[in-house]
Design a protein around this ligand. Structure first.
Ligand code: ADP
Ligand code: MG
Length: 693
């Protein structure tokens, strides 16, 4: 069918009108029929037509006139001429008027149909009101619909983009947090702060109510709360107990589980949880070793809710495990390092390390103390230690020997500071730092040990000397007794003649003096074991002072005794202590040979359990040379001295468990200081040191 155009037929033949009308209506056209120009005029006033079929000959006008009028009044209408009398003129007119077509009567209906269709189509194309507009409108509607759809799509896409942005932000926050956490925990000196920050950030980010970190210590034996955020200690203690119990039963898995499920029995993996739960435990398991648990208090109503967090939580689990393991290792290393450093710095031996060329690259504080300022400069091992093996450097010897360890005695030469006997313990170590071997040396200052050895040797010598002296004294005393007896007999026989007995008296005096020396000698060689008894120490000193008072007067020396002891009760050997006081006061008086004063002061010792006796004089003082030999038996600077007074004094004091010392410089007087326990410490000690003959 051609379409829904409209056609006006103008013809004066009624039959033509009817046939054409019927035919065109059948073809789908709206048809108007007029018998003359006036009728057509009336129809055209009512509506416009797409096509006009016009007969050339009409009763009231010619078709050409109508067409020419229509050209002005209905320019879009296509005019087709129908005529039975075609002439050249009318044809030319028709062409000039630009009619659409020209049909000769009698006509073929099909041909008419085709012409009308073509004319109508031409109108449709040319006319702005035609189908094209309809189509365009249709298209416009469709376009609008599409645009609306597109708008919706754009809004949706924007929404999606917003979600994507949020999600990206969340991821960035996560990454930031994880990065921060890693850096913080393993780089921090004090990782407790870092853990606190981490728990806080985790809760904030996860929108969780609280969190805590439980960690195993003491080789995985004890589980403790390491740090917590918004969780109660009581709850955590219960959780700790439950977890320990579960661990004992071997029911713990490395997967994140619901802590709530522990109260009901075995731990339940969150991925298999059915109901809701509030506390999750994230196990931290590193290479088969349980480090602890990260607890998270967040309510999950269902497994689906949990799945949103699952990936993040497992990432946290992986990273935190690594970081905690690192931090534990670092803190272990740090402790070990501190421990080693403490040992190195507090050890009473010098410790050195060399590089492979023998230069000292490390000294501990004891070595620095011994070496003094030299420790700050460049030092070579061989400049410090003498080689006891003979020629060549000790360093090369120790480095090339097949034994890695050596323990030898050597002499340490301190640059500009003398020498020290030392024991060198060296170990050859492989050291990456010094690309090859180096030597670690621990050296011990043997000065005290050597001095003790010397003291032992001296004691040994004294013992032999004592034994010898005692033997000689014993041997001398017998003949001396004989001489003394004989001299006394002689004296009796000589009567009272003063000239005669004068010589005998000198002999007897000298014998007495010799006997005194022998008594002292024997006392030194075989001091009597102290027999302690209750005594008043003030009284003992008073007695001794009385005994020396004449002698002091003779030497024009003032002697004076002060005591600060109210309770002066002691448990000591009375005679021996009196002898100590006598010896020291006599020495003091003798030191003041040109007059002066001697002060004896008695007081309480610093530790209050003992007493202190001070013997001060303003005599000649003690020179350094004398001080070294002061307590040696037979050492004396006095013409009539035996040199046994101080050695006997020291023995008595030591046998009582006390000590004696002196201070004072040459020509400024001397102070001897005797410290004694109130109660004698050990009688056994006296027996041991006593010499038997
Ligand atoms: P002695 O009295 O027989 O000389 P000691 O053993 O009592 O023997 O004394 C040894 C030496 O110690 C004395 O000869 C003296 O040189 C010195 N000495 C002892 N006490 C004093 C003192 N208070 N001041 C100065 N020198 C002293
Ligand atoms: Mg003396």
């Amino acid at each position: 069918m051609a379409g829904k155009g409209s056609v006006i037929i103008i013809d004066d033949e009624q039959s033509v009108l009817e046939i054409l009308e019927q035919y065109l209506v059948d073809r789908g056209y709206e048809v108007g029929a007029a018998g003359d120009g006036a009728g057509a005029e009336a129809l055209l006033r009512e509506k416009s037509f797409d096509v006009a079929l016009i007969d050339l000959k009409l009763p009231d006008c010619s078709g050409i006139d109508l067409i020419s009028r229509y050209q002005n009044e209905h320019p879009s209408m296509r005019c087709v001429i129908m005529t039975a009398y075609a002439s050249l003129d009318s044809t030319i007119d028709a062409i000039r008027l630009n009619v659409f077509d020209y049909i000769q009567k009698p006509f073929d209906l099909v041909k008419i149909g085709e012409v009308v269709d073509a004319a109508h189509a031409s109108v449709s194309i040319a006319s702005p009101d035609g189908d094209i507009i309809g189509e365009l409108e249709q298209d416009r509607r469709e376009l609008k619909e599409s645009r609306d759809d597109l708008k919706k799509c754009v809004v949706k896409a924007n929404e999606d983009l917003g979600h994507a942005k949020d999600s990206l932000n969340r991821h960035v926050t996560r990454l930031k947090m994880l990065f921060q956490m890693g850096r913080d925990i393993s780089s921090n000196e004090n990782w407790s702060d870092a853990l606190d920050r981490f728990l806080m950030a985790l809760c904030k980010y996860m929108e969780a109510d609280g969190s805590a970190l439980l960690m195993f210590s003491f080789g995985g034996k004890v589980l403790q709360v390491r740090t917590l955020y918004n969780m109660e200690m009581n709850y955590l203690q219960t959780a700790v107990n439950l977890l320990i119990e579960a661990q004992k039963n071997d029911s713990l898995q490395p997967e994140i589980f619901s802590l709530d499920s522990l109260t009901e029995g075995a731990p339940l993996n969150c991925l298999s949880a059915r109901g809701a739960w509030s506390n999750s435990a994230i196990p931290l398991l590193y290479k088969g070793m349980w480090l602890g648990f990260l607890l998270l208090r967040k309510r999950y109503e269902s497994k689906r809710e949990y799945l949103d967090d699952y990936h993040f939580l497992t990432t946290i689990q992986t990273i935190l495990t690594e970081e905690v393991a690192n931090a534990v290792n670092i803190s272990r290393l740090r402790n070990l390092n501190d421990f080693n450093e403490t040992i190195l710095e507090n050890i009473n031996n010098g410790v050195l390390k060399t590089d492979r060329s023998g230069e000292i690259v490390f000294v501990n504080s004891r070595a620095r103390e011994i070496l003094g300022d030299a420790a700050d400069g460049k030092l070579q091992f061989d400049d410090l230690f003498r080689n006891p093996y003979g020629s060549g450097g000790l360093f090369d010897h120790l480095m090339s020997d097949t034994d890695r360890n050596h323990s030898i005695e050597s002499i340490l030469s301190i640059p500009y500071g003398g020498t020290i006997p030392v024991r060198v313990n060296s170990t050859l170590v492989e050291s990456d730092e010094y690309s090859g071997k180096s030597l670690v040396v621990v050296f011990e200052d043997l000065r005290v040990q050597k001095a003790m050895e010397e003291e032992l040797r001296r004691a040994d010598r004294l013992r032999s000397l004592g034994e010898l002296s005692a033997g000689i004294a014993h041997e001398i005393r017998n003949p001396l007794t004989g001489i003394a007896t004989t001299a006394q007999v002689l004296r009796e026989k000589l009567g009272d003649d003063p000239d005669k007995i004068k010589y005998i008296t000198v002999i007897l005096e000298e014998i007495r003096r010799l006997d005194g020396i022998i008594t002292s000698l024997l006392q030194f060689a075989r001091p009597l074991t102290p027999r302690p008894a209750e005594l008043s120490i003030n009284g003992v000193i008073d007695e001794a002072m009385m005994l020396v008072s004449d002698k002091a007067k003779e030497a024009c020396v003032d002697i004076n005794f002060e005591t600060a002891l109210e309770d002066d009760g002691c448990f000591l050997d009375r005679d021996q202590i009196k002898q100590v006081v006598l010896n020291l006061v006599m020495n003091a008086i003798e030191a003041c040979n040109e007059g002066g004063g001697v002060n004896v002061r008695l007081g309480v010792a610093e530790d209050t359990s003992g007493i202190v006796m001070m013997f001060e004089d303003d005599g000649c003082g003690i020179s350094r040379e004398v001080a070294d030999k002061l307590y040696n038996p037979f050492f004396t600077t006095r013409a009539g001295g035996t040199g046994l007074g101080l050695s006997i004094t020291r023995k008595i004091i030591e046998n009582h468990g006390g000590s004696i010392s002196h201070e004072g410089r040459s020509k400024r007087g001397t102070t001897f200081c005797v410290r004694l326990p109130r109660k004698m410490v050990s009688a056994a000690a006296a027996v041991e040191t006593g010499v038997t003959i």
